[in-house]
Design a protein around this ligand. Structure first.
Ligand SMILES: *Cc1c(COP(=O)(O)O)cnc(C)c1O
Length: 304
């Protein structure tokens, strides 16, 4: 399964901000976002083995779940189009009069959308009975949980580590939603690097349980959770965060998204400022994409 993953070498940007030089830290950003303008990089990795399973089963339909702004839905729609696989997106909420940019992209890639009231979506999305009902409606399908949150998703995300390990990082940093990408980074330790997790969600206390479900065993001596950079919760933002995004773009040339990667970069730069990383550290942050989500901001909010 190609999915743009194998043929694409990852671009690394050296972000030599004055604070990095002052503290003797090398800070690089792995630009998974450059894989595709709409489809964020970590999502394609997480989908890799589900797509492979579909192709092995004569292009069995893929069925997955997500909200109206879900980077995962649009990535699935795109991956399925690339692979010639039919796909169904079960969407949280009633069909809006004017669909979001995200949903428009999904439909343009050929995804069939099925809208479900929010409360039913939240209660039922992982229920086997509900999955059966959906398959009665749409035919047999490979079910991909929301956000690719599944051991197979983590196995796909572990391919990211292979792309960056040659740079011998001391720390690899990622934003966290479902923790599937994080699990991928922890699955195959290569150089004993530390993995720094910055949750985009408030009070995310179940990361260890999530990691064990996703197939990670002994990770505790390699995992650092920096959970004070969620800005109030999932998709919450304030002027400080938007100001940071604009400033970071002007100093580095790198755009971030307000849900995940801006919070990651804000947190890591704060940690560099506070002297958390020893001089000589080689820090790599994953740019997991998500830039399409910025389309939901009022025009003129961002300078990029
Ligand atoms: C989905 C997403 C994440 C979170 O990934 P998980 O594997 O769910 O933790 C991080 N960054 C971006 C841009 C995303 O779209």
């Amino acid at each position: 399964m190609q999915l743009l993953l194998e043929e694409n070498e990852i671009v690394f940007n050296d972000v030599s901000l004055p604070i990095c030089r002052e503290k003797g830290i090398s800070l690089e950003i792995a630009r998974l976002d450059l894989i595709h303008p709409v489809v964020s990089g970590n999502k394609l990795f997480k989908l890799c083995y589900f797509m492979e399973a579909s192709l092995r089963a004569e292009r069995k339909t893929i069925l997955t779940f997500g909200g109206a702004y879900s980077n995962h839905l649009v990535a699935t729609a795109y991956a399925c189009r690339q692979a010639g696989v039919n796909c169904i997106g079960v969407v949280r909420g009633d069909r809006p009069a004017l669909p979001s940019h995200t949903l428009q992209h999904c439909e343009s890639y050929g995804m069939k959308l099925h809208f479900i009231p929010r409360n039913i979506f939240d209660e039922q999305k992982n229920a086997p009975r509900f999955h059966e009902e959906l398959q009665t409606m749409f035919g047999e399908a490979i079910i991909v949980p929301e956000g690719g949150y599944h051991p197979l998703g983590a196995k796909g995300a572990s391919l990211i580590m292979k792309k960056i390990t040659a740079r011998l990082p001391t720390h690899v940093c990622t934003a966290v939603g479902t923790a599937t990408t994080l699990a991928g980074l922890l699955l195959n330790p290569l150089n004993n690097e530390k993995v720094v997790a910055v949750p985009a969600i408030k009070n995310m206390t179940d990361i260890p349980e999530r990691l064990s479900y996703l197939g990670c065993e002994s990770f505790s001596n390699r995992l650092i959770i920096a959970d004070e950079f969620h800005f109030g919760g999932y998709a919450k933002k304030n002027d400080q965060l938007i100001g940071f995004m604009n400033e970071f773009y002007l100093s580095s040339g790198i755009p971030t998204d307000f849900v995940y990667t801006a919070k990651l970069m804000f947190g890591i730069i704060r940690k560099i400022e506070s002297g958390y990383f020893e001089p000589g550290s080689r820090v790599i942050c994953l740019h997991t994409g998500g830039l399409q989500g910025n389309d939901s901001l009022p025009e003129g909010t961002l300078v990029f």
